[in-house]
Design a protein around this ligand. Structure first.
Ligand code: 89V
Length: 341
């Protein structure tokens, strides 16, 4: 297998995990790190043995031979970096949210298309092992017709301690967490025909909403309620676990605390605990998310090599972003938003 060379843009909190995740994948090598703050790029390059450090993206592109780029910067710099990669004919992987608006995300997709290059979104949540197992159970057909579902991602986790920039976002939880949870809703239940959303801001020291409730109707008729928040103390205050409950006409299934999946078919219940891979580089508070970084990398790099289909292409992610920005529109207008499917 030929080794694929990539550059990492951004040396902030998330980059070290992104890079550690790449170290689990065979046949890839990070050859350069770029960050306007040279000292941050240098310390990350020393930690992971990356040869080159740059402050300027253009300089990096002029000097390095690359097979793809991984963009792990703040949302406002995604478009410019993805554009530079497209100009070089390079595939780009970009963190979520792809762009600060749906129009900007569509423009990024358009530019990659014009350049004939691939743009992928590092949407990792759907790669969490318990959610993959849940999808297998849904696809087995054992639930019968799915009637209704609930997805919960609510906790009192002090998210701003590690990611203080999140405090500044005037659109916070739907762009940061909604991108993940609404993507999971699409992954599990399919495309959405309409939605409505309520948002709340429970504290005065942040710029955006920290609670959101989105009710989706899927094209196949399932009603899915997505509860998201960083303001709740409750029995399942277990960041970063996502809980899912699905009612079906033949059986119901719940993904509950600590990766347990329970199925009840009206007569019998069964239970299994899903194994989540553990990595020594993972932050224990984020171990579940960090394990999904590896699986997301694996899927995207296989596609870049031409060995498989990527799940989280830009085209796919635009559908998730339609839900995210549709939810803001619904909350602002206090009305139902219909999706074009
Ligand atoms: O994984 C993430 O995207 C983070 C988190 C959800 C932990 O806030 O931003």
């Amino acid at each position: 297998m030929t080794t694929m060379r990539f550059a990492l843009f951004g040396a902030g909190f998330w980059s070290k995990f992104q890079l550690a995740g790449w170290s689990e994948i065979d046949g890839v090598s990070c050859v350069a790190i770029c960050d306007p703050d040279r000292s941050k790029a240098e310390s990350l390059s020393q930690e992971y043995g990356v040869a080159a450090v740059y402050q300027e993206a253009k300089q990096l592109f002029a000097s390095e031979r690359l097979d793809f780029v991984d963009i792990v910067t703040d949302v406002n710099s995604h478009a410019a970096l993805a554009h530079l990669a497209a100009e070089q004919g390079l595939p780009a992987i970009c963190q979520k949210p792809l762009a600060p608006s749906l129009d900007e995300a569509k423009a990024m997709a358009g530019r990659a298309d014009e350049a004939g290059t691939d743009l992928y979104v590092h949407e990792n949540w759907r790669w969490q092992a318990p959610l993959r197992r849940l999808k297998q159970i849904i696809d087995s057909g054992q639930l019968g017709t799915m009637v209704r579902a609930r997805i919960d991602f609510s906790s009192s986790f002090a998210v701003f301690e590690n990611q203080p920039f999140l405090k500044e976002l005037s659109q916070f939880i739907l762009t940061d967490v909604g991108t993940h949870i609404l993507d999971v809703a699409r992954f599990l239940f399919g495309e959405v025909s309409d939605l409505c959303c309520h948002t709340r801001q429970t504290r005065s020291d942040i710029a955006g909403e920290d609670v959101a409730t989105v009710m989706l109707r899927t094209c196949s008729g399932v009603t899915v309620t997505c509860n998201m928040g960083y303001a709740s103390r409750w029995e399942f205050d277990k960041f970063p676990q996502t809980f899912v409950a699905i009612e079906g006409t033949q059986a119901g299934v719940s993904l509950v605390a600590d990766h347990e999946i329970r199925v009840y078919d009206g007569q019998e219940s069964s239970s299994e605990r899903v194994h989540v891979p553990q990595y020594d580089w993972a932050d224990p508070d984020y171990a579940l998310i960090h394990s999904s970084i590896v699986e997301c990398h694996r899927n995207l790099v296989a596609a870049i090599r031409g060995d498989g289909q990527a799940e989280t292409t830009v085209a796919d992610n635009l559908k998730t972003l339609e839900l995210v920005y549709g939810a803001y529109e619904s909350a602002a207008r206090n009305s139902v938003v219909t999706l074009a499917n």
